[in-house]
Design a protein around this ligand. Structure first.
Ligand SMILES: Nc1ncnc2c1ncn2[C@@H]1O[C@H](COP(=O)(O)OP(=O)(O)OP(=O)(O)O)[C@@H](O)[C@H]1O
Length: 288
């Protein structure tokens, strides 16, 4: 297992509880989407993976080593973290320098640095912006610079916090093919996201967080097909969650919800899958 989280509980200094007994493991090469409503604890969880936060109790192990025994610099060799807001990450005067910063800190040779940066700029579509000042780019482009600067560090685990925010259609396609490329290389990707279409298209496993707990953990197919009122992953009932109803259904893709409303049993999540199911049910709908 590249990541092993056991009974992770965390409360902020002001006493706000953010995580409550989170337990799951991730195998090398998996692509995992962490979803859940505002305040569920997703970003807090992501920050534990890079050591920005440390557990109040419980453990987080990356590549078999407990994160509370490692410095942030040591963890940076194993985990790359792309912040939700690129401002938190970009301090260099050019895009190229921003992307080179991490590999330089990790002690890459000049040749390794050049290769890693060239690749990271290319796969994020930024080669032509290498000499631009990051602050002169759009928000979506700056997010891709932040992504490139993490990819260039060549870590086995990459954690993305809301990667699709501010990305246009072309950039989303680029991000999708990049995730495919990372998977082929056997790198592990964990993304915190509110973007259900993105989650269904590019991830194989979904973890639903709710009020600091794991409410659901399974494959994308199981998640699409699951009953929205399913019990929490640990089999226990959370009274507070019960009172507020089952929010997980709201987090499924729009097309999945539409297909359910139409009474279709097959889980459908993309336009192609929807059309194919529709054509099967309604022969009068022309094939394109
Ligand atoms: N710096 C902080 N100090 C105190 N409480 C915080 C802090 N950051 C987050 N929290 C609280 O911790 C809980 C979990 O927040 P977190 O940001 O991890 O949720 P999230 O699932 O990432 O939400 P969102 O989808 O809105 O980004 C919330 O109750 C939030 O108000």
């Amino acid at each position: 297992m590249i990541l092993s989280i056991d009974s992770l509980t965390y409360a902020y200094a002001n006493g706000t509880p953010a995580l409550n007994g989170v337990t799951f493991q991730v195998a090398a090469g998996e692509r995992v989407a962490v979803v859940g409503s505002n305040g569920a604890g997703k970003s807090t969880l992501a920050r534990h993976l890079v050591g920005i936060e440390r557990p109040t109790s419980g453990t987080v192990e990356v590549e078999g080593r407990r994160t509370d025994e490692l410095s942030i610099a040591e963890l940076a060799r194993s985990v790359g973290f792309v912040f939700q807001n690129p401002h938190d990450q970009l301090h260099a005067r050019t895009v190229a320098k921003a992307v080179e910063f991490g590999p330089r800190n990790l002690g890459f040779t000049a040749e390794q640095r050049a290769r890693a940066c060239e690749w990271a700029l290319r796969v994020t579509g930024l080669t032509h912006h290498a000499q631009d000042h990051p602050h002169h780019l759009s928000f979506g482009q700056r997010k891709r610079v932040a992504l490139a600067s993490v990819l260039a560090m060549d870590t086995p685990l990459v954690v993305l916090d809301e990667p699709t925010t501010g990305q246009d259609h072309r950039s989303l396609a680029l991000l999708g093919s990049l995730l495919g490329e990372l998977a082929e290389e056997g790198r592990t990707v964990i993304a915190v996201t509110h973007d259900m279409e993105f989650c269904v298209q590019h991830f194989e496993r979904v973890i639903v967080l709710e009020r600091g707990r794991v409410r659901w953990d399974g494959t994308v197919e199981q998640w699409l097909a699951a009953d929205a009122t399913a019990l929490p992953a640990d089999g226990s009932r959370d009274d507070a969650a019960e009172r507020s109803g089952p929010p997980t259904d709201l987090e499924r893709p729009q097309l999945t919800r539409l297909a359910r409303e139409l009474g279709w049993s097959a889980p459908v999540a993309t336009v192609d899958a929807f059309l194919s199911e529709l054509r099967e049910r309604t022969p009068s709908v022309p094939a394109n």
